[in-house]
Design a protein. Structure first.
Length: 243
């Protein structure tokens, strides 16, 4: 057992040594951007539920823009760091889900509609973050603070990474699968007669998501890339035009 632990430690150390400073910087920047984007995303859920009359998020300390309140030890830190260090190209993560009680929503809307609004608030915040980031990039490049060439070098620059990350989070979270926000939005749109469809998505959604995320690495099939490609291309077009 001691030899096994030593070999495991040696392999991990060797992998870390093999990583360059650029790799560590890239992973660190990604995690910081993820913490900020997910923090605002989860705050948007909490704020929407609060506006609908549910005091649960506020009571649990989630009605705040402090990203620490929305961090998940595994999804926001451990997993993104591990994937970034040992599986280059595959970066994935999530925040701590905001709890809400639809029965406490205002009676002006149905519980289904309220759940859909709360769910949609998260991805909408990512779209707004991307637009605000685009405006900041425009202002900084026009002021000469930021070099256009630096912004257009893919995701090497932190602000460019944050821009694209929010576009991906917007699109990914709107996939009509549980436990993603899109699954809850779909549930809110569908009537009770379509409950069997929602039950199927709830049962198999997580497996479908894992399959979509791992498909490029395991099967060389990038379904998510095909789905998100047009939106990312639109983001690239907008980025080129503002700089």
């Amino acid at each position: 057992m001691a030899n096994l632990l030593f070999c495991s430690f040696l392999a991990t150390t060797t992998s870390l040594v093999a990583l360059g400073a650029a790799d560590l910087r890239r992973v660190g920047i990604f995690v910081i951007c993820l913490i900020l984007a997910v923090g605002i995303h989860e705050f948007a859920h909490a704020y929407a539920a609060h506006r609908l009359g549910d005091p649960t998020p506020e009571g649990q300390g989630r009605l705040t823009l402090n990203p620490v309140a929305h961090m998940d030890p595994v999804g926001t830190l451990a997993l993104p760091l591990s994937l970034g260090l040992f599986v280059p190209g595959l970066m994935f993560g999530w925040g701590r889900p905001v709890e809400c009680q639809p029965r406490l929503f205002t009676r002006k809307i149905s519980m289904r509609a309220g759940m859909a609004l709360v769910a949609f608030a998260g991805p909408l915040s990512n779209l707004l973050q991307a637009l605000v980031t685009l405006a900041i990039i425009f202002g900084l490049t026009q002021a000469g603070v930021l070099e256009p060439a630096a912004v257009l070098r893919g995701t090497e620059h932190p602000i460019t990474l944050f821009f694209y990350l929010n576009i991906v989070l917007f699109a990914f979270n709107l996939l009509p699968l549980h436990p993603l926000d899109g699954g809850k939005v779909l549930y809110g749109i569908m009537g009770p007669r379509y409950q069997p469809i929602d039950d199927f998505i709830a049962k198999w959604g997580m497996f479908i998501i894992l399959g979509l995320v791992l498909a490029p690495s395991l099967l060389n099939i990038d379904v998510l890339g095909a789905l998100f490609g047009p939106l990312i291309d639109a983001g690239s077009w907008a980025l080129r035009h503002v700089v």
